[in-house]
Design a protein around this ligand. Structure first.
Ligand code: NAG
Ligand code: NAG
Length: 334
């Protein structure tokens, strides 16, 4: 048995290496959907079972920690600012946000919603101070929206409910996926580009919600991730319950007063939960059925591997690119 395992392991790593994705950490029964690459050296990941992983040597080794008191929490998103400071988002029961300033030795609760229906999905920061969290609608199909302007030390809820001046209604069965923490990208201290999914999948931009030309209509369908690069954006998604369908899973966007949508010439090869720009023309997207690269701004996608990952991130300062998934963290090199 042991020999067979070793042989299989070698085959798998060789295959992955030749495809420029190198698994640098594996073997834990943790589903990782949160990933934050601060620099080429500092990488944080978060996942199920209250688990957080941190590397300060470019992924050569990871230190694992379980957040005390949250041993069953699914931390679906993480935002790190350096090797000491990070914010983690636990999705539900309770929906909770915690912050560490000492590399994960201690965590302070900075937000909590104990309502049974509270479910938070994704977090993004524009800079070290200004951030946003999205959750599934709790009140009258209105956007569940938290903001911070002090680096996540305090969070306030924006009231988008009916009757309020900033009413932002969501459609029946429209919500946000908590698959990679990337269905919002902040573009200023107060604004974000947001992609919803479910029975209805829309792009929220400049206080307008526009239906995305992407798969939708079921709880498992819709947009999962948005990446913005100047005036352009890309959205990916699909149907996570049928993750090899490779149509209606990607939208190319030109952001103007009204966003203009177009479809790729050749789509990513299946449902995808995360998309990132590596530079103006090169993009990476990943999901449970594989990883694709585009070298022409998202028009054409080539399959790199059928090995699944939930999330990919590029270093905020640096060039390193990492992916995380079920029990594994990998480095991507071109
Ligand atoms: C990327 O594109 C933007 C315009 O969208 C341009 O201003 C910038 O110079 C480009 N950067 C590179 C490295 O080509
Ligand atoms: C983007 O990165 C790829 C791969 O490193 C490179 O070939 C390409 O020239 C880059 N494009 C721009 C516009 O910087």
């Amino acid at each position: 048995m042991q020999k067979l395992a070793v042989i299989l392991f070698c085959l798998v790593t060789t295959h992955i290496r030749s495809q420029s994705i190198q698994v640098v950490e594996s073997g834990r029964r943790v589903s990782m959907r949160g990933l934050s690459v601060v620099s080429d050296d500092v990488i944080w990941a978060s996942g199920t079972g209250g688990n957080i992983a941190r590397s300060t040597n470019g992924g050569a080794s990871f230190t694992w920690m379980k957040v005390p008191g949250y041993e069953k929490m699914d931390f679906r998103d993480i935002e790190a600012f350096d090797s000491n400071t990070a914010i983690i988002m636990g999705i539900t029961a309770p929906a909770v946000v915690l912050k560490t300033k000492d590399g994960g030795k201690t965590w302070k609760k900075v937000f909590e919603d104990t309502a049974k229906a509270a479910f938070i999905d994704a977090m993004d920061f524009f800079d070290n101070q200004n951030g946003m969290i999205l959750g599934d609608p709790v009140k009258a199909n209105s956007l569940y929206h938290l903001v911070t302007s002090d680096g996540g030390d305090t969070w306030s809820m924006i009231d988008h409910s009916i009757g309020n001046a900033s009413f932002f209604g969501m459609n029946e069965g429209e919500a946000f996926f908590a698959s990679s923490g990337t269905n919002l990208q902040m573009i200023s201290k107060t604004e974000a580009v947001i992609a919803s999914g479910g029975k209805s999948s829309r792009l929220y931009y400049k206080n307008q919600a526009t239906t995305l030309p992407i798969m939708q209509g079921k709880e498992s369908t819709g947009a999962n991730s948005v990446a913005v690069n100047g005036k352009y954006a890309v959205v990916v998604g699909g149907d996570f319950s049928k993750d090899t369908i490779s149509s209606n899973n990607c939208v190319l966007i030109s952001l103007g007063t009204t966003p203009r949508f177009s479809a790729p010439v050749s789509n990513p090869h299946g449902y995808r939960s995360c998309v990132i720009y590596l530079n103006n023309t090169t993009l990476l997207t990943c999901g449970t059925s594989g990883v694709d690269i585009s070298k022409d701004g998202g028009k054409n996608w080539e399959l790199i591997t059928k090995d699944g990952f939930h999330v990919c991130r590029k270093a905020k300062k640096g060039t390193a690119v990492f992916l995380a998934g079920n029990g594994k963290i990998a480095r991507f090199t071109l």
